[in-house]
Write a protein that binds this ligand. Structure first.
Ligand SMILES: [Mg+2]
Length: 281
């Protein structure tokens, strides 16, 4: 495994797609040197988009986190979340009725933005089943896993409704040594048990990359050979970037440790173009 310095590849690209958690920040705050990276790119008028499989809050909420951490130059249009994909789907495919969600109240803003009525799984009772028109997995917090996952299962048994997973990630780093199960893991449990096929949004789906690119003014003037996806997870960030046909950099500042990177790349056959310790300068 050849490690390269992020500073040695930064000048070769014009469009930068960054994953958020494990790349720009972690449980302790900003990854060291990321503020310098963002400033370096802004100073040179490079395009930055943050592509996150985080549907726990809307773009404004996600942006507020970065501003609080000291990166004030980022703007709301630079943040693309998988929740935004779920919102578009709800808007066009689910016209009315109660949309039941698993997540925090904050995450339910994607349902509100789609013009629909959010309803937390914790308040669902069997006599309401007929009024429910969709089910959305938004976040791993905001509900009681024991009580509310059983409720979700029973709702799925009774109603054949579109079930949307707004974050397909299986795990996220909780500390240096611990990972937490993410929304995607919770959804997988229910998908397996119910035998249904859920509708999933976020990386590695190409749809999110297209959405992010189309949000760039005059995007057709940029060549794919000048675009780089930077992520800490092979199965979402690197696979997504590879499928989209752009260069990929795996960073070792999050989900993938230096110790396991080589083995994970070999066993998954998901091959990044670059491996860097971090995207910080
Ligand atoms: Mg990540």
């Amino acid at each position: 495994m050849i490690l390269c310095d992020f500073s040695s590849i930064i000048d070769d690209y014009d469009v930068f797609f960054f994953d958020s958690y494990g790349v720009l920040r972690n449980h302790q705050g900003l990854i060291s040197g990321i503020d310098k990276t963002i400033k370096y790119l802004h100073d040179r008028n490079k395009v930055i988009r943050i592509l996150t499989n985080d549907a726990s809050r809307n773009a404004a909420g996600l942006l507020a986190t970065y501003q609080r951490l000291g990166i004030r130059s980022l703007t709301e249009d630079q943040v693309i979340s998988s929740g935004m994909m779920a919102k578009s789907y709800l808007e066009t495919k689910v016209k009315s009725g109660l949309v039941v969600y698993l997540g925090t109240e904050q995450s339910a803003s994607y349902i509100v933005q789609a013009g629909l009525e959010p309803f937390p799984i914790s308040r669902v009772t069997p006599d309401m089943y007929d009024e429910i028109t969709a089910l959305v997995f938004l976040d791993d917090e905001g509900y009681d896993w024991n009580v509310d996952l059983n409720k979700t299962y029973n709702l799925l048994r009774y109603r054949n409704i579109p079930t949307i997973v707004a974050n397909t990630d299986k795990v996220y780093p909780k500390s240096d040594k611990e990972l937490n199960l993410a929304t995607g893991a919770v959804a997988r449990i229910l998908e397996t048990i119910s035998g249904r096929t859920f509708i999933k949004f976020g990386k590695p789906d190409t749809q999110m990359f297209i959405y992010a690119l189309e949000s760039v003014p005059n995007y057709h003037t940029y060549s794919k050979s000048k675009m780089l996806m930077i992520g800490d997870t092979l199965h979402t960030d690197v696979m997504g970037g590879n499928k989209f046909g752009i260069a990929t950099a795996l960073v070792l500042s999050g989900n993938t440790s230096e110790k396991e990177a080589d083995l994970m790349i070999r066993s998954s056959s998901i091959i990044p173009d670059f491996i860097c310790r971090s995207a910080g300068l």
